[in-house]
Design a protein around this ligand. Structure first.
Ligand code: C2E
Ligand code: MG
Ligand code: MG
Ligand code: MG
Length: 291
């Protein structure tokens, strides 16, 4: 394609490619270094019961801390970590840190669940389920309070290793959620074939509520199917009261988004011990966003 556009175009393409390759190599080296230093803080975002306003769970979201203290977003380094296989040790560090943090949360009336993102690449590792079981045991966190968020692509993997791992997690009582639902290839019918507990509606659809008819239609269909099939539903990226009202109208049970709280360091939610015993969400709403 570059050739068809003439010689000049080819050179630009070539130069750009070279830069990208060098950038990626530098970034891979930096990722390796950060891994050995365990320089990946795990932040948490509350998942809220839309009816009561109470916190039902927390999603663990990794950050990459730079020497100057700034945080790099996972969107900027997870893809490279997946390509290079570094997501395997990184994912393990995130899981261990998230479980250890959550195990130390104060006792609450309704024990919130912990949701951890896992890449398809991690499911290809033989021994992935053993690693999860070991991390649960070491932290003392209950398997039934752990959710693993997977992407639609994993459902289509023909891999026996991935399927076996998924089944083992399910047998351990761990919840399985489909993340970013609607952005991949999964359609509502094909979800029937798998044992899932939860669907997370992607933020791009929530953003279109109530003005874009196709977003309204997608959310409506997901709610219908989920109630028929017994899935729980989380709406991602709720930013406005209007979006919240529409979702409640559709009967959506759970949501997360900046309207409630941005992701924050885990101990921020519990900085006031007097408050953490009653309604956790009060504490959440009072905490200053640090992002
Ligand atoms: P995700 O799993 O869909 O997580 C939700 C993302 O939406 C988070 O971005 C969160 O900060 C952002 N978000 C939440 N509420 C709102 C909102 O109201 N408005 C807007 N604009 N954004 C909102 P974050 O933390 O940058 O993470 C991006 C993605 O990186 C995650 O998307 C997930 O796919 C991936 N990721 C994060 N941590 C991990 C991890 O430990 N392992 C793996 N494999 N992937 C991870
Ligand atoms: Mg997620
Ligand atoms: Mg998501
Ligand atoms: Mg998302």
């Amino acid at each position: 394609r570059a050739k068809a556009c003439g010689k000049g175009r080819f050179e630009i393409f070539h130069k750009d490619f070279h830069h990208k390759a060098v950038d990626a190599m530098e970034m891979e080296a930096a990722l390796r270094e950060a891994l050995s230093q365990k320089a990946f803080p795990v932040w948490f975002q509350p998942i809220v019961d839309l009816e009561t306003g109470k916190t039902a769970g927390f999603e663990a979201l990794v950050r990459w801390q730079q020497a100057d203290g700034s945080m790099v977003s996972p969107a900027d380094f997870i893809p490279l970590a997946e390509e290079t296989g570094l997501i395997v040790p990184l994912g393990q560090q995130v899981l261990e840190k998230a479980l250890n943090t959550a195990a130390a949360w104060p006792c609450m009336e309704n024990q919130p669940y912990l949701a951890v993102n896992v890449s398809a690449r991690q499911f290809e590792e033989i021994g992935f389920a053993d690693m999860v079981a070991e991390s649960l045991k070491e932290s003392g966190f209950e398997a039934a309070r752990l959710h693993i968020e997977i992407t639609e692509s994993l459902l289509f993997s023909q891999s026996e290793t991935a399927t076996n791992s998924l089944n083992r997690l399910r047998d351990m009582g761990i919840g399985i959620a489909i993340d970013d639902f609607g952005t991949g290839y999964a359609n509502l019918a094909c979800l029937r074939k798998f044992t899932l507990n939860q669907i997370k509606i992607d933020r791009s659809f929530v953003a279109g509520l109530p003005d874009r008819p196709e977003c309204m239609e997608i959310v409506r269909s997901v709610m219908e199917l989920s109630s028929r099939m017994g899935f729980s539903v989380v709406a991602e990226g709720i930013e406005t009261q209007k979006q919240l009202d529409v979702l409640k109208g559709f009967g959506c049970p759970l949501g997360q988004g900046y309207l409630f709280s941005k992701p924050q360091a885990g101990d921020n939610f519990f900085s006031n011990p007097a408050k953490s015993s009653d309604c956790l969400c009060t504490t959440v709403l009072q905490a200053e966003p640090t992002q």
